[in-house]
Ligand binder design. Structure first.
Ligand code: 5AD
Ligand code: SF4
Length: 439
């Protein structure tokens, strides 16, 4: 009898990575592998890695080191994702117990790579596909999220912002055909999902290879798939953000009231060094379109503080933009130099203490902005999709269409299931969440 094939997979990084893992899990299951919950139980240990910032990257090497001893028991190790693509065969030198190193652009070849692994090969790589025109599509996706169905519409990135590893790790931009996206949306709806999230490093630079529709048209079409009640999309580059996206949100009720539009900096000078190819004015014009919509659309963003050469005055301009836009959510990061990127040669001039200081100033200000924004929901009735519950506190948690976390109580003895919808009256608000009761 052949021994049972088991795998353990841990995922780091963004939603793209989380969804890639769903496809990798499906591919492994299709080859007869069973997923287990710990490294100790598994025959094959996989890490799907992230290298967006220094800290994210360190994690995988710590993990590989922590579990090195298991190699003696015959367990095999594989590194997938962005660190795999970035470090390539250096991983074999740094962690000789690793047998498989593959970037996301090579996942199409996973069945072949797994066959080689099973045959006993110990130096298998999938690193040469960054220029591919093909996307990784599989009917075997093992959806792990019980309430949100992810669909990749575009892979890779051609923007080459000067600080960013993604074009190097995920490769060239390539879009999936609109008919295959819509087919997957219908399949997901058939599985009972009512929320879809369209994914890509830059969803609005979507170009339908069949030439049938623009990103906004695809968004609207997904929103009209029977059974779908919520559609989200992430992430957007301001360069490609067109007005018809706002028009689609206004026209199609299932498209959520939320746009994530990373600005990165409020200083024209810094934006230029970042190679973002827009000015703060140009960005604010797009914010103006979003704010002029008939629906109240929530806006969130990403910001980097302490980019090489960022002065106190540049940072103040970011603070001014923050106050002007009044975001509902901000993901802010200290700049960290990344391998291969153009910014690597720039002098990382802002000392780490100053980066931390700017980050704190920004987050403190943002907290106050959110406190005011969230307080506007007091007394409103919002539709909440349930995501989980905290029995200890007797609370159910979910999100509004605007993506705001809502914690609420329900007088029914049995709490409604994740993925179902409840009308909630908001009775209290804080800077990061809303509290209420089911009505
Ligand atoms: N340093 C700090 N933050 C970064 N991001 C991307 N690259 C870097 C970097 N080198 C941030 C950006 C991006 C988000 C996903 O991560 O804000 O939008
Ligand atoms: Fe991390 Fe970027 Fe790769 Fe996502 S695409 S896993 S954020 S490096």
């Amino acid at each position: 009898m052949t021994p049972e094939k088991t795998f353990y997979l841990e995922t780091f990084g963004c939603q793209m990575n989380a969804h890639d893992s769903e496809k990798v899990i499906g591919t492994l299951r299709e080859r007869g592998y069973r997923q287990v919950e710990s490294e100790e139980e598994a025959g094959l240990i996989l890490y799907n890695t992230c290298s967006i910032r220094d800290k994210a990257e360190q994690k995988v090497f710590h993990r590989l080191n922590d579990y090195k001893r298991l190699h003696k028991e015959g367990k095999r190790f594989g590194v997938l994702g962005c660190v795999a693509q970035q470090e390539g065969e250096n991983i074999f030198a740094r962690a000789p117990h690793v047998s498989l190193v593959s970037g996301s652009a090579s996942y199409r070849k996973l069945p072949e790579m797994l066959a080689r692994l099973e045959a006993g090969e110990t130096r298998i790589t999938g690193l040469d596909d960054r220029q591919t025109e093909e996307t990784f599509e599989t009917e075997f996706t093992a959806r792990q999220n019980p309430y949100r169905g992810y669909i990749t519409i575009i892979e890779g990135c051609d923007k080459f912002c000067s600080y960013c590893v993604v074009p190097y790790t995920r490769g060239k931009e390539r879009s999936r055909s609109s008919s295959s996206v819509l087919e997957e949306a219908r399949r997901i709806a058939g599985l009972g999902y009512t929320e879809i999230q369209l994914l890509g490093q830059n969803v609005n630079s979507y170009r339908d290879p069949e030439g049938k529709c623009s990103f906004a048209e695809l968004l609207a079409a997904v929103g009209q798939v029977p059974g779908i009640r919520r559609v989200r999309f992430t992430t957007s580059h301001p360069r490609d953000f067109t007005r018809d996206i706002v028009e689609a949100i206004d026209a199609v009720p299932t498209l959520c009231d939320h746009v994530h539009l990373p600005v990165q900096s409020g200083s024209a000078r810094v934006l230029k060094m970042m190679a973002r190819e827009y000015t703060p004015e140009w960005y604010l014009e797009r914010i103006g379109w979003i704010k002029a919509a008939r629906r109240t659309i929530s806006i969130s963003t990403d910001i980097i503080v302490g980019f090489p050469g960022e002065t106190e005055d540049d940072f103040m301009q970011t603070m001014e933009l923050l106050a002007e836009v009044e975001y509902d959510c901000v993901f802010a990061f200290k700049y960290s130099a990344r391998p291969n990127t153009p910014a690597l040669v720039m002098i990382d001039s802002v000392p780490d203490v100053e980066k931390s200081n700017r980050l704190q100033v920004l987050l403190d200000r943002q907290r106050e902005i959110q406190r005011v924004n969230y307080s506007k929901h007091l007394g409103q009735i919002l539709e909440v999709m349930i995501e989980g519950q905290n029995p200890a506190r007797g609370q159910i948690s979910g999100r509004s269409s605007q993506n705001k976390p809502v914690n609420f109580t329900c007088s029914q003895p049995i709490a409604p299931a994740p993925g179902s919808y409840v009308q909630v009256r908001i009775t209290a608000t804080g800077p990061n969440s809303l509290t209420g009761v089911a009505v």
